[in-house]
Design a protein around this ligand. Structure first.
Ligand SMILES: CCCCCCCC/C=C\CCCCCCCC(=O)N[C@@H](CC(N)=O)C(=O)O
Ligand code: ZN
Ligand code: ZN
Length: 510
């Protein structure tokens, strides 16, 4: 049946179309101009800045350098440098005498090499909080480094060494801030714990997990917990006007999946039509080619970009403020880079492959390991089902050797003491916008979810994209200034946490 329309109907339809377009544009603009103001001023004074003497300044750099010289390497889940872990124990005792000798501090060793400090506050009605860091590092050989990775040497204002970013600078930074606070006569009002794990790089099973068990037997509940995270990102998020602090309010889940294919072994002169290596390779290729779905906006990552909308250049600012409309474009754009892709979906990384022993032998077995990092909107069960459907080959035996769901989303509303205290301390020190974010890597903090719903991940340092590449990479280093600012952060955070009220901010020009 043909549909005919008179001139009048076309005019009406055009009018309706133009009016709808005008409404959409008006809504987009209105939402853009109503964006939350990120320049915040806080009611009441925050903790004053630390004033350091020149010798104290030198002392803090030396404390870090000494720690970097101890190779506390976690090589594999079953191999750690225990001699170095022993040495580290003695090292921190001698570097921070006030912390270890204070009558306000109860210290204990957990799991052999992890450290737990309970700093007694004067007001027992306030729930304690906890600062977490780890002293183990990933391996490093001197090849490709400008300065040897375990020398703690300095060049052009940067202290080099494995652990200078991840995570010895925070271990030393937290202890140094407390050492200085005790030196100035500080007595906390709110009690707090410091936990220093010794096996974070290999899952935290004997370190962080044992610390949790110890605290659970004492029925400890925490007001909030702070662990490592991405920090203040400078030029890392495409299209932003200035550095931005991201507080990790959740972290992705993970699955480590082993794939095994068995087939009859034999002489390579008479190969079967399909070998174990061929079947496995095809399965791996299907996994890499068929990425898991783009879920941008179904987890807290939507809040990150909506809260930061004002910080993007035009036209990204309008797009970020109106994800309800622009989600399809933004999600596709984000998936173009590895770091953006890690935010929008469960990622699939082929990490280990093994098969074959000799050039003229058809192997009986081929194996591979695939590491998935789960988007907050997915579960282990869902991902494993999707993976089976993608592989679609019963000859490939799947076995998950490690699997956990994405971590719960910690509160980041205006009433939350931990989030707002962190936000206040960050804005006072770095004067940058702060937003909640998904942490795409895993940390020891994931073991603490039964002790508090308020688990945050943030490292107090400005990081460029190049700096991020140094974490677990070559020439890991921290600037003198960056390290001192980090200590300043813990100095202020510890004092700000003494408050019994949630920091209140008003939206205004600073
Ligand atoms: C005085 C303080 C100075 C502060 C300097 C801190 C600089 C830190 C900057 C960035 C750190 C980036 C955080 C990286 C976390 C990496 C966590 C990680 O690799 N986790 C592993 C192991 C695991 N726990 O599962 C992973 O595979 O995800
Ligand atoms: Zn780390
Ligand atoms: Zn690490």
């Amino acid at each position: 049946m043909a549909i005919s329309m008179g001139k009048g109907s076309v005019g009406v339809l055009t009018g309706v179309f133009i009016a709808s377009l005008a409404v959409v544009v008006a809504v987009l603009l209105l939402r853009t101009y109503n964006l939350p103001e990120l320049k915040v001023a806080w009611k009441g004074k925050g903790a004053p800045r630390i004033e350091l003497e020149e010798d104290e300044r030198e002392q803090l750099y030396e404390a870090l350098k000494g720690a970097l010289r101890i190779p506390t390497v976690s090589f594999s889940p079953s191999e750690q440098n225990t001699t170095a872990l022993e040495e580290f124990k003695e090292y921190i005792k001698s570097a921070f005498p006030r912390v270890f000798n204070s009558s306000l501090v109860e210290y204990e060793l957990v799991g052999g090499y992890s450290h737990l400090f309970n700093v007694q506050g004067s007001d027992n009605s306030l729930l304690p909080y906890m600062l977490l860091a780890h002293l183990d590092v990933v391996p490093a050989t001197p090849e490709g480094w400008d300065l040897p990775p375990f020398s703690g040497e300095e060049k052009d204002g940067y202290i080099y060494g494995r652990g200078s970013l991840d995570d010895k600078s925070r271990v030393i930074g937290i202890l140094q801030a407390l050492e200085f606070l005790f030196k100035k006569g500080y007595k906390p009002r709110r009690s707090f714990y410091i936990g220093l794990g010794h096996d974070e790089e290999i899952s935290g099973r004997h370190g962080a997990k044992e610390i949790v068990k110890t605290l659970e037997t004492r029925n400890v509940k925490l007001e909030y917990l702070l662990d490592e995270g991405f920090g203040v990102l400078d030029g890392v998020i495409y299209g932003t006007k200035r550095p931005i602090a991201l507080i990790g309010v959740t972290e992705k889940g993970a699955i480590t999946l082993n794939l095994t294919v068995n087939s009859p072994p034999g002489h390579s002169s008479m190969p079967p039509r399909e070998s174990s290596i061929g079947i496995l390779s095809a399965a791996l290729s299907r996994l890499e080619q068929n990425r898991l779905p783009n879920l941008f906006g179904t987890g807290p990552e939507g809040s990150t970009f909506e809260q930061l909308a004002n910080e993007f250049y035009w036209p990204l600012n309008i797009m970020m403020a109106n994800l309800w409309f622009f989600n399809p474009i933004i999600s596709r754009l984000m998936a173009l880079t590895p770091s953006g892709n890690a935010i929008v979906r469960t990622t699939t990384a082929l990490t280990i492959v093994n098969g074959g022993i000799k050039a003229n032998v058809i192997p009986a077995t081929a194996t591979a390991t695939v590491n998935f990092r789960l988007h907050p909107a997915q579960t282990v069960e869902e991902v494993l089902n999707m993976v089976s459907e993608i592989i679609m080959d019963e000859r490939v035996i799947l076995s998950a050797i490690k699997a956990f769901d994405p971590l719960p989303i910690s509160p980041y509303d205006e009433e939350n003491f931990g989030y707002q205290t962190l936000k206040r301390t960050i804005t006072d020190l770095f004067s940058v916008p702060v937003a909640p974010a998904v942490c795409t890597v895993n940390t020891d903090s994931r073991h603490f979810v039964n002790l508090t719903e308020s688990v945050y991940r943030f490292s107090p340092v400005v990081m460029t994209a190049e700096d991020l590449g140094r974490v677990h990479g070559l020439n890991e280093r921290i600037s003198r200034e960056g390290f001192e600012t980090g200590i300043q952060f813990y100095w202020q955070l510890i004092q700000n946490s003494d408050s019994d009220t949630v920091p209140v901010h008003r939206h205004s020009e600073l």
